[in-house]
Write a protein that binds this ligand. Structure first.
Ligand code: SIN
Ligand code: FE2
Length: 215
């Protein structure tokens, strides 16, 4: 008998989190090496950096972007910018395998014709975290966020529409994709402090791609 999937990855499965939100386990597993390779290429021209929040806090997650615009933060606020403030040049283009994966994942979760214009790339090392927040800097309030996990596993925090709502702790592993849009678009979410570890694809880090339809 020929196994369909290798020993350390399970068959893809879809778990409904809420109306408009799904966890697609293993959806990106086959493409994970290619996606990580593309991240390496992107960061040669737009390096990972630790952004400062308007409140003056330096984020523990390192970030960069690709696509028509990139998400940036500084003392003046959050915004989408067509120019990387670190280089003065446009962000690297969104690689075809990124776009392809995002469109297929969105469709699998019920969002046809997804057309993201930005991909925020997050890099977590041990201890790095992302506090509970809503993604609300995008003009399109219906198109989904597509979030792809690569490398070390993490605890993804999945809350509700109010900050005070109960929070579920979901283990996300390399190749898992979370999609939330429509009625779930403004759900609070975050990432618990990353546990130290070693992953064959990404070493001591977790990489996350979040696709957004900004305009
Ligand atoms: C985000 O909320 O932008 C990123 C979430 C993650 O790293 O899984
Ligand atoms: Fe987010």
């Amino acid at each position: 008998m020929t196994p369909l999937f290798d020993s350390d990855s399970s068959p893809p499965s879809r778990e409904e989190l809420d109306e408009g939100a799904a966890l697609l386990r293993g959806f990106a597993s086959a493409k994970a090496p290619v996606l990580v390779e593309e991240v390496g290429r992107i960061t040669q021209s737009a390096a990972f950096r630790h952004l400062v929040t308007p409140g003056g806090y330096t984020m523990s997650v390192a970030m960069t972007n690709c696509g028509r615009v990139g998400w940036v933060s500084d003392r003046n606020g959050y915004r989408y910018d067509p120019i990387d403030p670190d280089t003065g040049a446009p962000w690297p283009a969104m690689p075809v395998p990124f776009l392809d994966l995002a469109v297929r994942a969105a469709a699998d979760a019920g969002f046809a014709n997804y057309d993201p214009d930005a991909c925020l790339i997050n890099r977590y090392v041990g201890g790095a975290k992302l506090s509970l927040h809503q993604d609300r800097d995008e003009k399109d309030a219906w198109a989904p966020i597509v979030s792809v996990s690569l490398g070390l596993p993490a605890v993804f925090l999945w809350g509700g529409k109010r900050r005070s709502d109960p929070v579920r702790r979901l283990i996300v592993e390399s190749g898992d994709v979370v999609v939330w849009g429509g009625p779930a678009r403004f759900v609070y979410h975050g990432v618990a402090p990353l546990k130290d570890g070693q992953h064959p694809l990404t070493g001591t880090t977790r990489i996350n791609l979040t696709f957004r339809k900004v305009f």
